[in-house]
Design a protein around this ligand. Structure first.
Ligand code: UD1
Ligand code: MG
Length: 485
C-alpha cells in the first residue's frame, strides 16, 4: 500500500460523448480488452483508495451494470444533468461520507493510457509539496481545446483557463490541463460550493477550484508528465483507434522486454488482461484476448485469435480460432482448428486440421488430427480419432455425451451417435455409425457389408472407357495366369 493513499478517487464518466455517434455510452467503448471506464477503474485501484466513485449520467444503467461486473466495490454517483466537471465532482462527493478529509484524486473515464505510476507520482508530489491542489499537466505541440495552466510564482499554478475563455496570449501557453488532479478534500468541497457559471460555456468548471484555492492563499501546484499520450482523452472514434494502437504498442513493448518474441508487432494485438511467459513466440496476425495465458516456449500463430484460452508450455497453435479452452504442454493445435468453450487438450495431445471441438476433454497424447467435430466428448489418453469422425451429440432436442476410452482407435469417417460409450482398448471400424456401447478389446463394425457383382460394367456400361479398361485388365490377368500355368 502506498503512503500517499488517497481517501477517495472520483472518476468523471457522466458526459455524453456526442462525437462518438454511438448508441453505446462513450466510456463503454473498448480498447486493449477493457472499457475506457474499466481502464480508469483499474488505474484508480492501484492507489488503494478508501472510496472509489464513478460519476455516471449518460447511459447510466448500462454503465452501472458494467461497473458492477468489472469491479463490484466501485460506488456510483448519479449526475442527473451534465452541468460541467465541477458539478460532476460535486455529485461524486455525495457517494462518500460527509466531512471526510485527506486527498481526493479526480480523473476522467475517457483517458485510458493513464498509468497507476503517473497517478502515484501525482499524489506523491501533492504530499511532498504540501499542496492544496496538484494538477497533472503536459506540454503539447498543439494545445487547442485544452485548459491552459496559468503560472504563479515559484513554479506554482495561479489557475486554469479554458480554451474557449482564454485570451489570444493565454492560448500561446503550451502547458495543458490533463483533467486529472489531487485535491485536499476540504479545499475541494469549499471550492465547489463557490463555483459560478460565469464563463463561455455556462458550465460549472472544476478547474475554477484552483484559482479559488489560490485566492485563499493556499498552495496550488502542477505535476508535469513527460508522457503526453497518457493524458489524451477519447472524444471520437479516430482518437479511439489512435489510443488503441498506442496502448497495444506499449503492451507489446513491455512483453518483448519481458522476453516474448513478437514477430510482427503491427499485426499482433494483445489485451492488457493477457499473461505471457518469457520465450513465448507470437507469429503475425495473432490476437490474444481476455483471460488468455500462454506458458513459456509456446508458439502462437500465424493467424490465430484466442479468447480466454490457457496454453501450456511449449505448445503450438497455428491458424486457430479459440475461446474458453485449455491446451496442455507440448500439445499441438491447427492449422485451421476451431476450439469452442469447454475444450481441454492434454499434454502432447493433438487437435489438427479442420477440427471443431466443444465441451471436449481430450486426454494426454490423444489425437484428433483431421476433419472432425468433437462435441460433448471425453477422449481417453492416447486414443486416436480417425479423419472425418463426427461426434453426433445433438438429437434435435438434447445434447448427449460420448466417451472414447484410453488407447482406443476410431476408424475414419465414423459417426459416434451420443450417448454412447466406447471402452478402453477398443476399435471402431472405418465408416461405422456407432450407437451401441463397445467393450474393451472389441472391434465394432457398423456399416453395410461389401458386395461385388462380377461382369456388371460389361453388361451395364458397355462401350465406355471404363468397360474398355476392364476388358483389357481382365485379358491381361487371364494372360498372366496362362503364362504361369
Ligand atoms: C476538461 C477541462 C480542461 C482539460 C480537459 C482535459 C474543465 C472545465 N475543463 O475539458 O481544462 O484540459 O478536460 O481533457 O474541467 N463530465 C461529467 N459531467 C459533466 C461534464 C463532464 O461527468 O457535466 C466528464 C466527461 O464525461 C469527461 C470529463 O468529465 O470524462 C471531462 O469532460 P469534458 O467535457 O471532456 O471536458 P473538456 O471540455 O475536455
Ligand atoms: Mg474532454
Amino acid at each position: 500500500m502506498t503512503s500517499h493513499r488517497p481517501s477517495a478517487v472520483i472518476v468523471m464518466a457522466a458526459g455524453q460523448g456526442t462525437r462518438m455517434k454511438s448508441a453505446t455510452p462513450k466510456v463503454l467503448h473498448e480498447i486493449g480488452g477493457r472499457s475506457l471506464v474499466g481502464h480508469a477503474v483499474v488505474t484508480a485501484r492501484a492507489l488503494a483508495p478508501e472510496h472509489l466513485v464513478v460519476v455516471v449520467g449518460t447511459g447510466r444503467e448500462q454503465v452501472e451494470a458494467h461497473l458492477a461486473a468489472v469491479d463490484p466495490d466501485v460506488r456510483t454517483a448519479v449526475q442527473e444533468q451534465q452541468l460541467g466537471t465541477g458539478d460532476a465532482v460535486r455529485a461524486g462527493l455525495t457517494a462518500v461520507p460527509e466531512g471526510f478529509d485527506g486527498t481526493v484524486v479526480v480523473t476522467s473515464g475517457d483517458v485510458p493510457l493513464l498509468t497507476a505510476e503517473t497517478l502515484l507520482e501525482l499524489t506523491a508530489e501533492h504530499d511532498k509539496q504540501g499542496n492544496a491542489v496538484t494538477v497533472l499537466t503536459a506540454r503539447v505541440p498543439d494545445p487547442t481545446g485544452y485548459g491552459r495552466i496559468l503560472p504563479g510564482p515559484d513554479g506554482t499554478v495561479a489557475g486554469i483557463v479554458e480554451h474557449k475563455d482564454a485570451t489570444a496570449e493565454q492560448r500561446q501557453i503550451d502547458e495543458i490541463n490533463a483533467g486529472i488532479y489531487a485535491f485536499d478534500a476540504a479545499t475541494l468541497r469549499d471550492g465547489l460550493s463557490r463555483l459560478t457559471t460565469d464563463n463561455a460555456q455556462g458550465e460549472l468548471y472544476l478547474t475554477d477550484v484552483l484559482a479559488i484555492a489560490r485566492g485563499d492563499g493556499k498552495r496550488v501546484g502542477a505535476f508535469v508528465t513527460e508522457d503526453a499520450m497518457q493524458t489524451e482523452g477519447v472524444n471520437d472514434r479516430v482518437q479511439l483507434a489512435t489510443l488503441r494502437a498506442e496502448l497495444n504498442r506499449r503492451t507489446l513493448d513491455a512483453l518483448m522486454r519481458s522476453g516474448v518474441t513478437v514477430v510482427d508487432p503491427s499485426t499482433t494485438w494483445v489485451d492488457q488482461t493477457v499473461q505471457l511467459e518469457p520465450d513465448v513466440t507470437l507469429l503475425p496476425n495473432t490476437q490474444l484476448h481476455g483471460a488468455t495465458t500462454v506458458a513459456a516456449g509456446a508458439t502462437i500463430g500465424p493467424d490465430t485469435t484466442l479468447t480466454d484460452v490457457q496454453v501450456g508450455e511449449g505448445a503450438t497453435i497455428i491458424r486457430t480460432h479459440g475461446s474458453g479452452a485449455q491446451i496442455g504442454a507440448r500439445a499441438s493445435v491447427g492449422p485451421f482448428a476451431y476450439l469452442r468453450p469447454g475444450t481441454s487438450l492434454g499434454v502432447k495431445g493433438k487437435i489438427g486440421t479442420f477440427v471443431e471441438t466443444k465441451n471436449a476433454a481430450i486426454a494426454a497424447g490423444a489425437k484428433v488430427p483431421h476433419l472432425t467435430y468433437a462435441g460433448d466428448a471425453t477422449i481417453g489418453e492416447g486414443a486416436n480419432i480417425g479423419a472425418g469422425t463426427i461426434f453426433a451429440n445433438y438429437d434435435g432436442v438434447n445434447k448427449h455425451h460420448t466417451t472414447v476410452g484410453r488407447s482406443s482407435f476410431v476408424g475414419s469417417n465414423s459417426v459416434l451417435v451420443a450417448p454412447v460409450d466406447i471402452a478402453d482398448g477398443a476399435y471402431i471400424a472405418a465408416g461405422s455409425a456407432i450407437d451401441q456401447p463397445v467393450a474393451p478389446g472389441e472391434i465394432a463394425i457398423a456399416r453395410g457389408r461389401q458386395r461385388n457383382i462380377k461382369g456388371w460394367v460389361a453388361r451395364r456400361r458397355a462401350g465406355t472407357t471404363t468397360a474398355k479398361a476392364a476388358e483389357e485388365a481382365l485379358a491381361d490377368a487371364s494372360g498372366d495366369t496362362g503364362e504361369k500355368a
